[in-house]
Design a protein around this ligand. Structure first.
Ligand code: UDP
Length: 325
């Protein structure tokens, strides 16, 4: 059993992580400033603290007072176009705040850290399938803010008795199969959620951002990963660190790309409702295609994905969306 601090535990991914840790008997403290998180998504058995990861005094008190063994760091901002419009928000919430969190972790001798990174660190890769060796060349402030954090982690791991795993998420979607939590940000910008909202008549139409990409049907292609498989990767990472694994970086995806139009079709199949769409220009900062080679995660951490079927992903997202008032 471990004592785990989950930052951003009131958010989409963090709230699923909290349930998964509790389900297997770990103790969880959630630290979230509720900027985008939702208090009611935090599992009741977790200790919840409203506060900021950049508040070094608070973080040090938590780490010491609760005898935290490991930190999983989700707190941050995640919307690519917003990062283009407001880069300082991203360098503040993602890079600078993580620096402060890490300073507190080093001061309190935390040795295990799992970081939520992103496929956006690759930018517009030349390869169609991206490995961890693909050069990092982010094309937007969001990706750069996360890559800078990865660099900090590498440097810290060389200088201190500190090990980390950075997980580079591709497109995380779906919801807890037990229906306990899901994507709840009211103004969420992510495709599957938006498409579900359009199917339910909660938005007039789904905007398709760009139909002239160099992809088979002209729309953006992404590797959508079920939240349950993503969370399983975090548990593997946490256990590997506990067993002495070296610091490393892993892609989290399935290795299969789906276009915006294919997602629309999946939502229509699952919901049995036509999704009204509206074709428009590309969003700033969007690459044509991002698909993961996740061989390293499978080989090194023993990750076995179980929920890759796109209809299963969309179904859990749609069911959660339907239940939101
Ligand atoms: N997208 C879209 N309409 C939307 C939201 C997203 O066409 O309302 C497209 C977007 O341009 C990209 C893909 O869907 O090609 C995934 O975008 P999302 O925002 O879900 O994740 P990102 O890949 O930007 O992290």
């Amino acid at each position: 059993m471990s004592n785990v601090l989950v930052t951003g535990g009131a958010g989409f991914i963090g709230s699923h992580m909290t349930y998964a840790l509790l389900d297997r008997g770990d103790e969880v403290t959630v630290l979230d400033n509720l900027a985008t998180g939702v208090r009611s998504l935090v599992a009741q058995q977790a200790d919840f603290i409203e506060g900021d990861v950049a508040d070094a005094g608070l973080v040090r008190d938590i780490l010491r007072g609760r005898k935290i063994d490991a930190v999983i760091h989700f707190a941050g901002s995640v919307v690519v176009p917003e990062s283009v419009a407001d880069p300082l928000k991203y360098y503040g919430n993602n890079t600078a705040a993580t620096r402060d969190l890490l300073e507190a972790c080093i001061a309190e001798r935390i040795g295990r850290f799992v970081f939520s990174s992103t496929a956006a660190v690759y930018g517009m890769p030349d390869e169609t399938i991206v490995t961890e060796e693909t050069p990092t060349a982010p094309i937007n402030p969001y990706g750069r803010s996360k890559l800078m954090t990865e660099w900090m982690l590498r440097d810290i791991a060389k200088a201190h008795p500190f090990r980390f795993v950075a997980l580079r998420y591709f497109n995380v979607a779906g919801a807890d199969p037990a229906g306990r939590t899901g994507q709840s940000t009211p103004r969420a910008t992510h495709l599957i959620k938006r498409a579900c909202q359009a199917a339910l008549g909660r938005a007039p139409a789904l905007d398709i951002f760009g139909t002239d990409f160099s992809t088979p049907d002209g729309t953006g292609v992404r590797d959508y990963i079920h939240i349950s498989d993503l969370i399983a990767a975090h548990l593997k990472a946490l256990d590997a660190l506990a067993n002495g694994a070296e610091s490393d970086v892993y892609n989290c995806g399935y290795g299969r790309g789906l276009s915006v139009r294919e997602i629309v079709q999946a939502v229509e199949r699952v919901a049995g409702i036509k999704v009204p769409t509206r074709e428009g220009p590309r969003r700033p900062g969007d690459p044509a295609m991002l698909v993961a080679d996740s061989g390293k995660l499978k080989r090194t951490l023993g990750w076995t994905p179980q929920h890759g079927d796109i209809d299963e992903i969309v179904k859990s997202a749609f069911e959660w969306e339907r239940r939101l008032a």
